[in-house]
Design a protein. Structure first.
Length: 263
């Protein structure tokens, strides 16, 4: 019969072997996690590039539509150049976000950011039967990374538009200056969100636009809101939604004001 010392020795060796196996599994898991997050980042970047390519193509087509009209072509091409610049800034900022690099925050005029988003979308909302109502004070400023806040607004506005197609409706972008925060809301009069889906909409890859019955122009990737949440969390703010089926949706972003502004 093996002595107690021998038994302890063999037990000790088994524990050590198990420890080695655990370490090996841990490092494998870390490798897989970074692969998975690379996959996610690539998906997100592809999603945002797709959002930006559609208006770029429209501007380029405008430029080609009547080459004899030099003024029109020039104007459209200037928009193409401006949007390309914006696209590269957005890509840089997304890569920085994915790498966890520090953010370049600025005080920016919110109305200016919103107007640029609508220009960048190059959409005549009226053609889709959508009335746009922007109720934002001209001098209201927010603290944030401008291109990232614009990405959030662009995703919310595109979702609102999808929700109101094909019937049309009203899109209201509003902002309120509170004591220690700025509250931005994007509301639509579209189909609303089923109560069962409300808790999932900010999850990565959750979409109801994957099927043919969806009214959206493109099948959804389910990344827009996950991306919005990531950006707003990074700004130490919050994003939430109120919605009822048939009664539209209202997305609310709360961005804290920097401490020094509250004194
Ligand atoms: N304004 C809205 N009205 C109705 N449903 C919405 C609205 N915004 C988001 N949703 C719901 O949330 C889901 C996830 O949105 P998102 O992350 O942007 O992905 P995608 O637009 O690719 O589906 C949508 O598929 C839709 O079901
Ligand atoms: Mg979307």
């Amino acid at each position: 019969m093996a002595s107690i010392t021998q038994k302890r020795f063999s037990l000790h060796r088994r524990v050590e072997q198990q420890d080695h196996r655990n370490q090996a599994l841990k490092s494998q898991l870390l490798g897989l996690q970074s692969l998975a997050s690379m996959g996610t980042v690539s998906y997100m970047i592809a999603h945002e590039i797709n959002n930006l390519l559609t208006p770029l193509k429209s501007y380029a087509s405008f430029a080609l539509s009547d080459l004899d009209d030099r003024t029109l072509s020039e104007k459209a091409l200037q928009k193409v150049v401006k949007n390309c610049d914006r696209t590269s800034k957005i890509m840089e900022s997304m890569l920085a976000l994915a790498n966890g690099q520090t953010r370049q925050e600025n005080d920016v005029r919110l109305l200016g950011l919103i107007e640029e988003v609508f220009t960048c979308l190059c959409r005549d909302f009226a053609k889709d039967g959508i009335t746009v109502d922007v109720r934002v004070a001209d001098d209201l400023t927010i603290r944030g990374v401008p291109v990232q806040i614009q990405q959030v607004l662009m995703n919310l506005i595109l979702n609102a538009r999808d929700a109101m197609l094909p019937g049309g409706g009203v899109l209201i972008v509003e902002a309120a200056d509170k004591a220690d925060s700025v509250e931005i809301t994007v509301a639509d009069t579209g189909g609303g969100i089923e109560p069962g889906n409300l808790e999932n909409i900010f999850d990565m890859f959750f979409t109801t636009k994957a099927n043919k019955r969806s009214t959206a122009e493109n099948p959804g990737a389910g990344l827009g809101l996950a991306f919005c949440k990531m950006i707003i969390d990074n700004h130490e703010g919050s994003i939430s939604v109120e919605s009822e089926p048939g009664n539209g949706s209202k997305f609310r972003i709360v961005l804290p004001k920097p401490q020094s502004d509250n004194n």
